[in-house]
Design a protein around this ligand. Structure first.
Ligand SMILES: *Cc1c(COP(=O)(O)O)cnc(C)c1O
Length: 370
């Protein structure tokens, strides 16, 4: 019996009539890009995130890139972020012409270590960009305090944390803006590409609206140089259909995480910990073991879809060589990148499947001991 890392088919089957109707609605309307469906989703998602505005775009990468551009980030500027993230966070910064300055993470939560931020700031710093990784919020209050003191923007990468709470507040609503991805495997996923920026700042939202649509909010009005970053109507319709299910799906993920916790404790593995301040949405369930590579191979041999997020720390990948980091630059990031492995987690996962995964891990650990 194969167990995938995420089962998009199972989710579709559970809401098929509604999704099919939503797609049909778009086909009948023949409005394929932006339009009513996307606007309705923007309104619903802004409300969900407890913010005033949402601008839907064509990917999480675009959300980050356009938000940075709209904040005025460009050549000569620095953006403080983490290496422990998906590379898109760094790409978005680099494509603005600014330089990513990478800080180490807190070993318990895998997110930006606020204690490392202050010494990374220079006169060129414009933005601090924490990432709510694996569904777990970064520790925002100390980061926001530093930003306030130094007059910097905080932009949240919430691409893996739709619905997560920081001290009871939605991630994405804490900084000047929050960026989301609706890549199919994310907690809220489109059936194609998608992303969004949420913010309470009308001026910023308007600027992003222009940037995503060739520099204007009306056809052939080009007030600034923009690009094509628009969301497709089909994705907007699908996302709006799925949004009311998100909290329930996240709750299921949390239940599965607790089940994993109880079945995997006492085996010498480091299990994910939720900080006092956080309500995680377990985008992935990440455990740590020094035998990571062998465990990964073993699980995949048995048809269990485990994945490494991420096999190599971003500051050490070829594409980032010119940033000037080397082995030893970010010790915590480097240490955990050799030990982390993500186990299957998705709302439709069954108790039996969780049993199968944990039994496979236990057998692996037993054989290793002998
Ligand atoms: C998925 C992801 C992105 C990029 O989103 P896309 O929609 O794939 O472009 C950015 N940052 C993080 C942390 C992500 O997980």
């Amino acid at each position: 019996m194969k167990i995938p890392l995420a089962d998009l088919k199972a989710q579709y089957e559970s809401i098929k009539p509604e999704i099919d109707a939503a797609i049909q609605r778009v086909l009948e309307s023949s409005q394929f890009i932006l339009g009513k469906e996307v606007e309705a989703f923007e309104e619903a998602f802004a409300h969900y995130c407890s913010v005033k505005h949402c601008v839907a775009v064509n990917s999480g990468t675009s959300a980050l890139h356009l938000a940075l551009l709209a904040l005025g980030v460009g050549p000569g500027d620095e953006v403080v972020t983490v290496s422990q993230t998906f590379i898109a966070t760094l790409e978005a910064i680099i494509w603005t012409g600014a330089k990513p300055v990478l800080v180490d993470i807190d070993e318990k939560t895998f997110t930006m270590d606020p204690a490392k931020v202050e010494s990374a700031l220079t006169k060129k710093t414009k933005v601090i960009l924490p990432v709510h990784l694996y569904g777990h919020p970064a520790d925002m209050d100390p980061i926001l305090q530093i930003a306030k003191k130094k007059n910097l923007f905080v932009l949240e990468d919430a691409c893996q944390a739709h619905g997560a709470l920081y001290k009871g507040k939605r991630v994405g609503s804490l900084g000047i803006a929050g960026c989301f991805s609706f890549y199919p495997g994310k907690n809220l996923g489109a059936y194609g590409e998608g992303g969004a920026v949420v913010t309470n700042d009308l001026e910023l939202a308007t600027r992003i609206r222009k940037l995503r649509n060739h520099g204007g909010t009306k056809k052939y009005s080009h007030e600034i140089i923009g690009t094509n970053g628009r969301m497709e109507a089909i994705q907007g319709a699908i996302l709006r259909t799925k949004l009311p299910y998100l909290d329930g799906w996240n709750e299921k993920r949390r239940q599965h995480a607790r089940k994993y916790d109880s079945l995997l404790q006492g085996l010498g593995l480091i299990l994910p910990r939720e900080a006092q301040y956080a309500k995680s949405v377990f985008h992935v369930y990440v455990i740590r073991t020094p035998d990571r590579d062998k465990l990964h191979a073993r699980l995949n041999e048995q048809g269990i879809g485990s994945v490494i997020h991420y096999p190599k720390a971003n500051h050490l990948v070829d594409a980032c060589k010119s940033l000037g980091y080397r082995e030893g630059s970010l010790p915590v990031t480097e240490k955990i990148s050799k030990e982390v492995i993500s186990l299957p987690i998705y709302p439709e996962l069954t108790q039996e499947q969780i049993q199968t995964v944990t039994e496979a891990i236990k057998t692996f650990l037993l054989i290793k001991k002998r």
